[in-house]
Design a protein around this ligand. Structure first.
Ligand SMILES: NC(=O)c1ccc[n+]([C@@H]2O[C@H](COP(=O)([O-])OP(=O)(O)OC[C@H]3O[C@@H](n4cnc5c(N)ncnc54)[C@H](OP(=O)(O)O)[C@@H]3O)[C@@H](O)[C@H]2O)c1
Length: 284
């Protein structure tokens, strides 16, 4: 039976991946602090902890989503975020057997957002530190002889256990009737965590290797996505106004980093659900 180690298994995406991998495989779920019983805790900012984790588990497949995924946090804490977002890949990979598979979770933020949609081979050019960390981590992952690198946009799904997700935050903004301006400039393509988990299973089963884009093709600005949700909820959102100015934040954002999923679809993957389809699946 294949042994699979999932880092960040207590996180938003890690939870969905571990659910998908529970069947027919021996699973080791890693966490930093939040997982609780049944999880293997390790601080992956620490080189020795990375080494110890891989040495102990000796996985056939290592899936590595653990990261700081807030671009503003990364911009404010460059050293700390580099330890987890970049260096952990080097340290985990160092202990991995050459024939073991490394699945690295990357982001659409490796692209500048000037020239979408992006295919896997298109030149990267991140506009913020988080994106540059993802670029550096991809290069480290690609040094492993047996690797998959998956790029994805903003994720949606069942709320993570410890914090409200993208949909809950939108729902709150629509429901609490507090007037506010919502970004109507940057294009986003929310993609279901469950579809990502299925895509990983599919690529492993098909013995695919290399870089793949995993993204829904239904997108819009955050304001437009609020309109879709409000309509489904049967609520009005007159208190929300479209902001045509890009919000000033510590980390710049790509304007439109739409990923083309053509490559994975050509290999036979069934596809990524649209935003309204996911809302329906989640009974919203
Ligand atoms: N969420 C998105 O919209 C999105 C979009 C594109 C790409 N991604 C990528 O997808 C991956 C997963 O993101 P996510 O949304 O699932 O993130 P998340 O919910 O914030 O989960 C992060 C995971 O990393 C773990 N972690 C945090 N600090 C750690 C440390 N020092 N050592 C070891 N583990 C640590 C956390 O453990 P604890 O629970 O114990 O803190 C948690 O399990 C990331 O690589 C992210 O860049 C996410």
């Amino acid at each position: 039976m294949q042994k699979v180690l999932i880092t960040g298994a207590s996180g938003f995406l890690g939870t969905a991946i571990s659910r998908a991998f529970r069947k027919d495989r021996e699973l080791v779920c890693h966490t930093h602090t939040r997982g609780g019983e049944g999880y293997r805790a390790a601080d992956l900012r620490d080189a020795d902890a990375c080494k110890q984790l891989v040495d102990e588990v000796q996985p056939d497949i290592l899936i590595h989503p653990a990261a700081y995924r807030d671009p503003d946090f990364c911009e404010r804490h460059p050293q700390e975020s580099t330890l987890l977002n970049v260096d952990s890949v080097r340290h985990l990979q160092a202990g991995l057997a050459g024939d073991a598979l490394l699945v690295y979770v990357s982001s659409d933020y490796v692209f500048s957002g000037q020239d979408p949609p992006y295919r896997e081979e298109d030149p990267r050019g991140a506009v913020n530190l988080y994106g540059r960390q993802k670029m550096a981590a991809e290069e480290l992952a690609a040094q492993h002889p047996n690797h998959l690198i998956l790029r994805m946009p903003v994720l949606i799904g069942e709320d993570p256990v410890h914090q409200p997700g993208f949909i809950s935050k939108m729902r709150e903004a629509i429901g609490d009737k507090t007037p506010r301006a919502i970004d109507d400039v940057l294009a986003r393509f929310p993609t279901w965590t469950r579809d990502i988990a299925e895509a990983i299973c599919f690529l492993i089963q098909q013995e695919q290797r290399g870089v793949f884009h995993c993204s829904s093709q239904h997108g819009g600005t955050t304001y437009a996505l609020h309109q879709v949700l409000a309509e489904m909820l049967g609520e009005n959102m007159e208190h929300l106004s479209p902001s045509h100015e890009v919000l000033v934040r510590p980390a710049a954002r790509p304007r439109d980093s739409q990923l083309s999923p053509e490559k994975i679809l050509e290999r036979g993957f069934t596809g990524f659900k649209t935003f309204p389809e996911v809302l329906r699946e989640l009974h919203i």
